[in-house]
Write a protein that binds this ligand. Structure first.
Ligand SMILES: Cc1cc2nc3c(=O)[nH]c(=O)nc-3n(C[C@H](O)[C@H](O)[C@H](O)COP(=O)(O)OP(=O)(O)OC[C@H]3O[C@@H](n4cnc5c(N)ncnc54)[C@H](O)[C@@H]3O)c2cc1C
Length: 308
C-alpha cells in the first residue's frame, strides 16, 4: 500500500517506520520535526501517564516497552537506555497499580528521604534529541516539510493522521485538549544516573527525575491550558520542582535550561479509521505517554492498514 503519514513527532515517525518494516511504501509529510515537536520536550521515560483507555494502554505500553528495550540492546545511537524506575507510593502495596498489568513491579524501599515505599520496575528511557533523528534517518523516503490543511486531500491508498494536538483543528476534535507540562534540565551533579523516580502522592506537587546520559530532566506538572495558546514557561513551577528535588534529598547539579510543552490529551487515544473516510486512520491523543505507547499503537495502525 502507498501510505502517507502526517506528522513527525514520536507517533508519526514510529508509525511510518513500522509500516515500512511491514512492507508498505511510506511518505511522511510534516509541518515541523525535531525540536519543533512536543515530542522533543518529553522526559521520554516509559510510564503510562495521562493516557487511556487503561486496558488498551496496558497492551500498547507492553509492546512499546519490548521495542524500546530491544533498541537499547541493539544500538546505543538510538538514545534509549534501560533504567530502574521507582514510583513512590503512600499506599500499603496490597494493590498492584493498573499500569503494571503487563509488566513486573515489586514493592521496594524508596531511594529518597521522607518516602518509605515505592513500586520498582525497569523503565526504558529515550532521549528525544537522539531517538527522533535516529528514526527519521531510517525512513526510506525523505520527509516532506509542509503544513497539511486537508488530511483527505493527501495522496496515497491510506493517510495516517499523527498530528498530535493539531488534530483539534485538522480532525475537528474538541475532545482533544492541551495539558501543559514543564521540565527543568540540570547538570548531573552526583545523582544516580541509573534510576528514575516519580512522586505522584500529591497531584498538586507532581514530581519526577529522569536521568539522561549527560543531564537530568526534572518535572513536572500537568495543567489544563487554553487551546491555541503557545506554552509559556512558569518560573513558579521551576522553583517548586527544584524545591521538591531538594526535599527528596536528590543531589542534582546546576540548572541548564527549562522547557515547556503541551501534551495532546484525550480521555482515550484516538486510533481508528475515520467513520466518514475509510482511507483515513487517526493515531493521536497520546497525552503524557507518546513514548510509552508509540510502537504498540503503530502496530495497531499496521493491522488497520492491512484490513483496507
Ligand atoms: C513536559 C513533557 C514531558 C513528557 N514526558 C513524557 C515521558 O516521560 N514519557 C512519555 O511517554 N511521554 C511524555 N510526554 C508526552 C509526549 O511528549 C507526547 O505524548 C508525544 O510527544 C506526542 O507525540 P505526537 O507525535 O503525537 O505529537 P508531536 O510530537 O506534537 O508531533 C506532531 C507532529 O505533527 C506535525 N503537524 C502538526 N500539524 C500539522 C499539519 N497541519 N500538517 C503537517 N504536520 C503537522 C507537527 O509538526 C509534528 O511533527 C511528555 C510531554 C511533555 C510536554
Amino acid at each position: 500500500m502507498e501510505v502517507t503519514v502526517v506528522g513527525a513527532g514520536i507517533i508519526g515517525l514510529t508509525t511510518a517506520l513500522t509500516l515500512e518494516e511491514r512492507g508498505h511504501s511510506v511518505r511522511v509529510v510534516t509541518a515541523g520535526f525535531g525540536d519543533q515537536t512536543t515530542s522533543a520536550v518529553a522526559g521520554a521515560v516509559w510510564f503510562p501517564y495521562r493516557a487511556g483507555p487503561p486496558a488498551k494502554v496496558a497492551v500498547w505500553a507492553a509492546h512499546t516497552r519490548d521495542w524500546l528495550e530491544a533498541l537499547a540492546r541493539i544500538d546505543p545511537a538510538a538514545g534509549v537506555d534501560v533504567l530502574t524506575g521507582y514510583e513512590i507510593t503512600d499506599e500499603d502495596g496490597s494493590e498492584i497499580p493498573w499500569w503494571a498489568a503487563a509488566i513486573e513491579v515489586v514493592r521496594a524501599a524508596a531511594p529518597v528521604t521522607g518516602a518509605p515505599l515505592a513500586w520498582r520496575f525497569t523503565a526504558p528511557r529515550a532521549e528525544p534529541a537522539k531517538l527522533l533523528p535516529y528514526l527519521a534517518a531510517r525512513l526510506r523516503a525523505p520527509i516532506a516539510v509542509r503544513s497539511v490543511i486537508d488530511l483527505a486531500a493527501e495522496r496515497g491508498d491510506v493517510i495516517v493522521n499523527c498530528t498530535g494536538l493539531a488534530s483539534r483543528e485538522l480532525a475537528a476534535d474538541d475532545s482533544l485538549y492541551p495539558l501543559f507540562g514543564q521540565i527543568v534540565i540540570a547538570e548531573r551533579g552526583t545523582a544516580d544516573l541509573s534510576i528514575t523516580i516519580t512522586d505522584h502522592r500529591d497531584p498538586e506537587r507532581f514530581f519526577y527525575i529522569i536521568p539522561r546520559r549527560d543531564e537530568l530532566v526534572l518535572g513536572g506538572c500537568s495543567l489544563p491550558y487554553p487551546p491555541g495558546a503557545p506554552p509559556e514557561l512558569n518560573p513558579g513551577i521551576t522553583a517548586r520542582i527544584l524545591d521538591h528535588a531538594r526535599w527528596l534529598g536528590l543531589r542534582i547539579g546546576a540548572v541548564r535550561t527549562e522547557r515547556a510543552g503541551l501534551r495532546p490529551y484525550r480521555l482515550e487515544v484516538r486510533l481508528e479509521r475515520d467513520a466518514t473516510n475509510p482511507r483515513l486512520i487517526h493515531n493521536y491523543g497520546h497525552g503524557g505517554a507518546g513514548f510509552t505507547l508509540c510502537r504498540g499503537c503503530a502496530e495497531e495502525v499496521v493491522a488497520l492498514v492491512d484490513q483496507i
